[in-house]
Design a protein around this ligand. Sequence first.
Ligand code: AHR
Length: 845
Amino acid sequence: MRHNHLSHLILLAILSLGCGCQNSSLDIIEIDGNSIGDKIPPSLYGVFFEEITHAGDGGLYAEMVQNRGFEDGTLPSGAILKDGFACAPAKHCYSNDSINLFKIKWDEDKAMNAWEVHTADGSIAQYKVITNSPLDKATPHSLYIKLQDHQSQISVVNRGYWGMSVENGKKYILSFWLKSSFSAPEKVIVSLKSDKGELSAYEETKIKNNGKWNKYQTILKPEKTGNDYNLYMDFANKGEIYLDHVSLFPEETFNNRENGLRNDIANYLAELKPAFIRWPGGCIVEGLTMENRVDWKKTIGDPMKRPGEYNLWGYRSTYGFGYHEFLQYCEDINSDAMFVCNAGMSCLFRNGDYVEGKDLDAIIQDALDAIEYAIGDVNTKWGAERAKNGHPAAFPLKYVEIGNENVGPRYAEHYKLFYKAIKEKYPQLTLICALMFHPEIKQAGTLEVIDPHYYETADWFYRNSNLYDNIPPMYTSDIYIGEYAAIGNPSIYSSLAEAAFLTGVERNADRVRYVSYAPLFQNAHHGKEHLIIYNNETVYGRTNYHILKMFSENRPDFNLGTKVNIAIAPEQEHPVGQVGLGSCGSVVSYKDFKIEKGGEVLYQSDNFEDFEKNWKVSNGDWNVKNGMLTHNLSDRDGYIWLDNRQFDNCTISLKAMKHSGREAFRVFFGAQGESDFFMADLGSHQNESVIFGERKNGVSTSLFDYRNTTSIRTGEWYDIRIEIQDNNWKCYLNGDLSYEYSYAPLYRRYAISGYDSENKELVVKLVNGEQEKWKSMIKLDNVVNVGGTAKRITLATDSANAENSFDDPEKIVPHEDSITGVGKSFKMVCPANSFTIVRISCELL
Ligand code: AHR
């Protein structure tokens, strides 16, 4: 009821846009102390950790040696090497039974990733990554080096994660394993040298030449500071050695734990005070193949014995930051843990293979074991293992998510089995279903929480701030927005778009009870788009980090009805431009193509006999044969454009048949060049849905509120009709309305408010994504004892493109001051490109 009441207020606000206040340039924000809205749970603002863009290795995990165990050349589990590709087995994909034959390019140099071997005389040293003398069977690779007579010295060099950062006065713990025979060198000289050859630390270690693997440990004490250091291990004289698990850690780690975390990054994340941490993914939970999924049991225990796994984001994870370290970190920073288990199926965008029967039972058991490891009694098998690993007490595991981004009836069946098994044993846990807004929720049994994800453009987020105000009645469970990010140019503009969206999340917090941005971490070697960016030396937060922190630090107990009356409504955009046809990774044919407006035929081509003359191919392989136009490639997208003609409101009709491929048909409209257009996307998301889409400035986004699940069958002619009427578009398949979408106007100003009962403060949040100041009148109803002075927290900058950077990491951060003249009605001015929070002391009537 509360929710409906608020929605009504918001609706009123929207209805009033542009109609009541045209004469005034002041927007009116009305807050009603009597209109108590949804409670905002403390669980709302969490984070999602996945090993992507070196989030753990080369990020949070403090290990400084990359490829420390020489395991990086290991193929993804379950794949075989063929013609330079790591190839997944031919198995049926769980979503549509296709055989994806997934493969990735595999470069055989990976084994020596981050390592080099030099000789002092410049000659080539003999060395190889081998498996015939394993230090441990789980980590069988080691580096074999043969020093020839004439070579006075060999240096084995590790470049770290794009250099190692060391500080004068600090200590670094180096450990490594060596095996050598009596004729081998007597010592190894370890040092840290910069790219310019400057020496910062130096130690000699005597070698036990007993033909066995021996572990060595030494402390390096740099005398210089810099971030371009490399680890050198120099061996003199002739002989043969085997080297493995070379590890270098700063002595100081987060909470000074062994095998610990980088202090700066761990603290930076801790400052967000996340209510929960989701781990370990993401797609890596699903894996390229079932064998490649994250197997949590291989991420615990002695780090030397952890095999790691190729992680589908392009590199091998050591899982040094494994399940235990994740749980420990949650405990350390007072966050609840959310564990994501594989649901018996690999990623449908990769191989998509799945297991059933006994094999599925084993995967369910794995999930139960993971839970037992986290919270089981020390007398249980996995509880005892936890105690053995140094933590007898239970960890704060509160949530388990069953799979990630899974779809379809097969997933629904698996989900039910996992749900029953877990709930029976652990009724106290909250279980999350990986389904988004899919009709299969009807087949999935009990749903506590579903997990929609959004990677969309900034403008999509501005336009969809109200998405959760009217959730269709069929979706009754709670909602966890497990992943969201405004993609495209990372800037204050996109961060404010996310903030606009978060106002809608907070306003509907009775249903949207959890949210986490993704991806969380990014080593700058991979770019600077995610939330927290670092190199080997320093860390900073993008503007969205600071905005999220502001939201979470200023979470009221409940919402208050807030109406935003925008004086001058933004102009409603509607499509004007070229029309085109396309195909997404599919072989398709088209015929009987027609564009009409108000009964008048504007263009018609039944058999595309005018193809050469009137159409322009911009991608793919197209030809006209047997009275139809065909796109012939299933490994490329196709694009063609009806040349030199612009259309606005119109109806496009055609017949279309899919022959083979991943997705199906695309009909473009309103195109202003190849980087800016709209489209009806029939067979989107691996042939799951019929929806609309948009490409703006070259960045694509799907346009849907709640996705349907209509897939396109092969070998059938479909009658397609697309009606474009201003901002309202309809797509019919064989005469039935398949999808309808209203392209919302682009508001960039939003406000919400709530009440903090403990501090007796009204908390108003204002997002201004415009490049001009936002002048408004705030009116407070049904409140008393309004303090004349209020605390204001502002994050603002003068350019929409601005963002924090290594050069200026605190360029755009929140600033606190106070405003005076606050009363039942007062004028508020928010700077251009800003997020502002005002905390007003008052009591509700
Ligand atoms: O955040 C990156 C990936 O995006 C996640 O692994 C996956 O869940 C989503 O598709």
